[in-house]
Structure formats: structure tokens, C-alpha cells
Design a protein around this ligand. Sequence first.
Ligand code: C2E
Ligand code: MG
Ligand code: MG
Length: 616
Amino acid sequence: MTKGRKNHYYLAMLVTSLISVAADVIAVQLDKFGPGNVVAKYIFHTAFLLSHNLISPLYMVYLIARTDTWHKLKWSKLLKGALYIPIFTVMLALLTNPLTKIMFYFDGNDTYTRGSCFLLLHIVAIFYVFFGTIYLWHYRKLFNKVSFISLMSVIPFIMIASIIQLFFPWCIVELFATSCGLLFISMMVQRPEDTIDITTGLGRDSAYIDDLQRAFANEKPMQIIMINIANYGAIFDMLGLSGLNKLFKIVADRLVELDKTEHIQSSIYNLGNGKFSMVVDFRNFDKVEKAANKLNDIMKKDFIVNQMELNLISYICLVKCPQDITDLNLLLAFENDLSKKTYTGDIMYASDVYKKEYYDIMTEIDTIIDHALANHKFNVYYQPIYSVTEQRFNSAEALLRLNDDKYGFISPELFIPAAEKSGAIHKIGAYVLEEVCSFIASDEYKSLGLDYIEINLSVSQCMQNNLANEVLDTLNKYHVSTDQINLEITETAASDSQKIMNENLDILNKAGVHFSLDDFGTGYSNIKRIASLPLDIIKLDKSFTKLEENPKLQIILQNTINMIKDMDMKIVVEGVETEELVKYFSHLECEYIQGYYYSKPIPKNDFVTFIRASIQ
Ligand code: C2E
Ligand code: MG
Ligand code: MG
């Protein structure tokens, strides 16, 4: 519970209350002994009153920390003065009281007696409580309902107790009420189990989101060191959950250690999946960059878990808010993608690597897609595929293009995954199929002499329960026969054997539709599964064109090609950009070649012209 500012103040309230209870018990006992012990009586009564009166300003400061609004007070000297002056006055009055006797004194019988200014203590306490209530009310939106009501109800509870004690000094309920109040806050507001990750002792992801949300709402400047361990999945496979937890504990300890040695007073969070964050506030901005660089070195050192020496690939990025990123969702999305960047070994700066437009598009992608569907912003382009054996363009791949009014051209690599998540892919898929079928049905297509058009199917389309029938209905509608299209499924789809997908492929296959396997070689191919699918064509991913001079990889390629041929399937090589590669793959007897060497994907009319020109 001692991590983070608000917990520090909460702890301070607890300790102060404890001291005041202890001092009070001793003071009252001393009083009961009767005359004498005046020095001790002064000490313990003063200790009690000092500690007791510190609780209400601490509560006020606790509220400020809870709302995370320190940076706002920083600028207002008046507020700061208003905050400190009353408590300093009280402390001064209490410390000098043995001389002035204005707060309390001991009469002729050495009996404790309230002094002329005793009421000051109550006035100051009421001042803080009043100030605190207004503050709480002002920032009520930053609390959830339970926290707000709990914090609000503690105040009148303690007030009533202290009024009772003021008028009936023998009825000592005030400290009891304070303790109850603190216990109540602990149970309803602090709730360490909600905010602390048990394995590492750091803040949890939910606390991170909560704290950042508040910080963004308050326009609080902060700098965040993001740590993203890219190879955590492989380590999980190797060590299992308990080993991974041990590793994360060591990482957490190193972060805490760094925080101490670099004096950055950060809030540290374990966000799960190998992601950690250290949030630093304005007081320590000057030290953050050095700390991040040091952290980068620390993370490169070996981590020893279960007698294994582990090397972590940690991406470390420094983000300045609000300069770099102004929105929580964008920040989280960016943090998630961190490990997709190329690893350089140095720390990254969000000001360099954060592509605002990309994340803007991602947050708006659903609207963009809906808009594009309603306003015909989608276009189907065609990329010719060359048949080496027939020495002509015998087919083409239909590739979707999106041209947004605001963002211009958006790559399918961006919008297709987004559309899969939102479900828009079904409408998009239907659109592409209609476009392609109407093209195939047209007279100009017939004059091109093409055998079929390849259409991409994404995984989530394959999982749609009436996909097969919808495809067949569309083909029927345009009087297109099943062998005039070829559906491309990806390797991920192929390696995941889902019942509904199998049914879809089965129905389509029985109706005479042919399938190609797209992007072969990018995932972990499940050869057994591939062999059981109704595939006619395997499309070698464009990464195969970058084997360069590595002779071993070329042997793999040759054997892969032989294996595919032995299974009676044809091969399309994707991403062929040069003449050498055309020769190389023709020599390996790959049947088809697709790539920029022949043509980029082009609009339908250009495509028609292109093919016509190639025939002549
Ligand atoms: P894909 O199906 O593997 O498509 C091939 C991609 O490689 C296309 O990217 C194409 O423009 C690109 N390409 C072709 N030749 C070359 C070359 O020589 N060099 C290089 N560097 N690239 C080349 P594109 O059009 O950006 O499409 C990306 C991916 O988006 C596609 O990969 C496909 O998975 C998906 N996609 C595109 N259209 C559709 C669609 O209508 N439906 C579905 N479900 N997915 C689609
Ligand atoms: Mg494809
Ligand atoms: Mg491909």
C-alpha cells in the first residue's frame, strides 16, 4: 500500500492517527495519576494534539492526491498558502504552548485544563474539512460513485464525533470515529486488491487506465517510460506461468530499484503480457531520459529464472503527454503496438515513432468503413497474374482499395483487420464479390480470355455461417460459373480447423469452387491440415523473393516447391519485382507469377486495357 502518492498520504493518516491514539491513552493515564509529572503531561498532551490536528490537513492533501490535481495547485500560491497557514499556526501555537499556555495548561492540582485559544484547534479542523468537502465536490467526476459517497460520508461522521467530544470532554469518541472513518476508506476507496498486482506488487492495468484517465482529464503533464517485452510469449512457453511470474517479479524489482536510484518518484505498473509502465510527474521531468536509458541497459542484462539465463527483447519508449499523445485510447493502442516496430536496441521516443494519423484512422476506422460503404469509396483493383507455362496473363487477383475523403488512400493492411474486428468485413466481402461477378459477367471481360479471378477471403469471413450460400447465390445472380472464381484463404485460416469453416469450404468445394492458399510461408504451416484442404493453388508469400544468397534457404524453397508439386497443386509466386526473380522462379517451374514486375493492382478499366495490350 505504500506505492504512489495517494497511498503515501493514506499511510501518513494511519500512522498519525496511531500516534495520536497512543499519545492520548498515555496522556489520559498520566492525568489519572493525579498531581505531578507535569513535563510528561505536557509532552504527551502536546503530542496528542499535534498529531490529532495533522489528520484533517492530511486528509485534505490525500484528496488532492486522489484527484491527481497537484499540478494545478502548483500555480496558485494563494491556494497553497491557504492550505498550509492554518496548520502551521496551530503547530506553532502548540509547540510554544508550554510558555504561552493559550491552548491548554495544568492548574494548581496539575489537572489538564483547556486554554483560551483551545477552540482554534476545532476551527482549523473544520476549515480543512470544509475545504476538503468543496474540493471533493468540485472534482466529483473523477471518482466513481462508491468512492465519492464513501469519502463524502466520512466527513460528517467525524464532525459529529468531534462536536460530541467538544461539548462532552469525558466522551472520547472522536479518535474512535476517525479510526472507523479510515477503516471505511480503506475498504471502500483504497481497495489495494483493485489496484495492486499481487505477483509484482506494482500497480495493475486497471489502476493504470484509471490514473491516466484522471491525468488526461486534468491536463496533467507527465512522461511515461513504456516497457514492452516482445519475446514474453516464447518465455511463457518455456517457463510456464509460474516461471513467467518469477521473471516479472525480477523485472518489477529492477524497475523499483531504478526508480529509487534515479529519484524519479514514478508510479510503476504491470500491464500484463510483458508490458510495464513508469509514469513520472512534472517534478522529475529532468531525470526521465537518463532513467530510460539506464533502464534500457538494465533490461539487456540476463535474467536468471529456474537456473535459465534469459535474454529479453525489451522495447523502451519515452512518451511525453500531452505533447506526443493527448488521448488515453490512443496511448494504449500505441503501447500495444510498440513491439511491432523494428528493434534497434536504443530507447525510442514517441515524438519520432508515434504516427498520429495511423492512430486517428484506427480510432475512426469503423466510421470510415461505414462511410465508404454508403458513399462508394471502395474500389476493386485487379493485379494480373502471369502464367509461365502458357506465356500469357491467365488470371488476376481482386484487391480492395479505400479512398477516404479525409485521409486519402488507406491500405487494406489497415482496414481489413479493423473490419474483421468490427464485423464490417462481411459487407465488404459481399461488395467485392458482387463487383468481381459483375465484371466477369460483362462482355469486356469475356474478350480478355482470362480463366478466373482470385478473391481474398479473410478468416472471419470463413467463419460466417451462411458464407457458402451467399457466395453461390451471388454467382447465380450474375450467371458466373464456380470455376470462374478462385477463393484465396490465408494460412491462419487454413491451420485453424473450425467446424463452420470446414462446412463452408466443403459446400463451396462440392459446388465446384476452387481455392488458393494465400501467403504461404508466413505463418507456421500445418502441412497435415493443408494437405486435407481442397486447395488447387499455393501462393508463395513475397518473403520468398527475399531469400537472397542464403543457400540453405534456397534448398528449403526448392524442396517446398517440389513438395507442393508432388501434392498436385500449382504455385503462384507473389511479390515478384524483377526480371531475375521471374527467371529464377520460372526455372524452378512455378506455374504463375504475380508482382509489380508485370503490374501493380490497377483499376478495372486500366486492367482491361493492360490485358488487351498483352494479347496483341
Ligand atoms: P494479399 O492477398 O497477399 O495480396 C497481395 C498484396 O501484395 C497486395 O497488397 C499487393 O498489392 C501486394 N503486391 C503485389 N505484388 C507486389 C510486389 O511485387 N511487391 C510488393 N511489395 N507488394 C506486392 P494490398 O493490395 O495492399 O493488400 C494487402 C492485403 O489485404 C492482401 O494481401 C489481402 O490479404 C488483404 N486484402 C486486399 N483486398 C482484400 C479483399 O477484398 N478482401 C479481403 N478479405 N482481404 C483483402
Ligand atoms: Mg491474396
Ligand atoms: Mg498474399
